[in-house]
Ligand binder design. Structure first.
Ligand SMILES: Nc1ncnc2c1ncn2[C@@H]1O[C@H](COP(=O)(O)OP(=O)(O)OP(=O)(O)O)[C@@H](O)[C@H]1O
Ligand SMILES: [Mg+2]
Length: 152
């Protein structure tokens, strides 16, 4: 099952992210793909809002991970500059992924073999200066339920 949702502005993407954040659950894993400037971080900001994170969301491009506290923790990863998946283990990624927060990965596509667990996958395609196509898919029922509830 796939769901496609189009947004026409940064604000709309943030609202979509917020809607997703409100539907996510402790231990949820969100894998987000899409090229430079697709809107992954804007979308992450929305998800954080949906989880009631009030701190400003900045890109973890240079730090690999930012941790926020909302009604549950929000773990925002950006794998863009990561060369070796070993570094992910070094920062304790497995504990985050089996913890009670939401793990959100930008550039998950760089390490397809690493992400074998159940997850929600989001691909963002730029279709113009402000038009973005979001494709949501999943490989397990708990995430499919979330996808079905999105955009209704
Ligand atoms: N519909 C839209 N949704 C999201 N962002 C949009 C949209 N239209 C235009 N933009 C612009 O696209 C840019 C998205 O930037 P953002 O940092 O979220 O991208 P990114 O995918 O995280 O990039 P990177 O790979 O560098 O981390 C912003 O400048 C934003 O204003
Ligand atoms: Mg980004």
């Amino acid at each position: 099952m796939e769901k496609i949702i189009i947004t026409y502005s940064e604000e709309e993407t943030e609202v979509l992210g917020k809607e997703l954040g409100e539907l996510l659950f402790p231990g949820a894993i969100v894998l987000v793909n899409g090229g430079l400037g697709a809107g992954k971080t804007v979308f992450a900001r929305g998800v954080a809002r949906g989880l009631h994170v009030s701190a400003p969301i900045t890109s973890p491009t240079f730090t690999l991970l930012h941790v926020y506290q909302g009604n549950i923790p929000f773990y925002h990863f950006d794998l863009y500059r990561l060369d070796n998946v070993e570094e992910l283990y070094e920062i304790g990624v497995e504990e985050y992924m089996t913890g009670d927060g939401v793990c959100f990965f930008e550039w998950a596509e760089k390490f397809p073999d690493f992400f074998e667990e159940e997850s929600l996958q989001v691909t963002i395609t730029s279709e113009g200066p402000t038009k973005r196509r979001f494709t949501f898919s999943a490989n397990s029922e708990n995430y499919l339920k979330v996808i079905r509830a999105l955009g209704r």
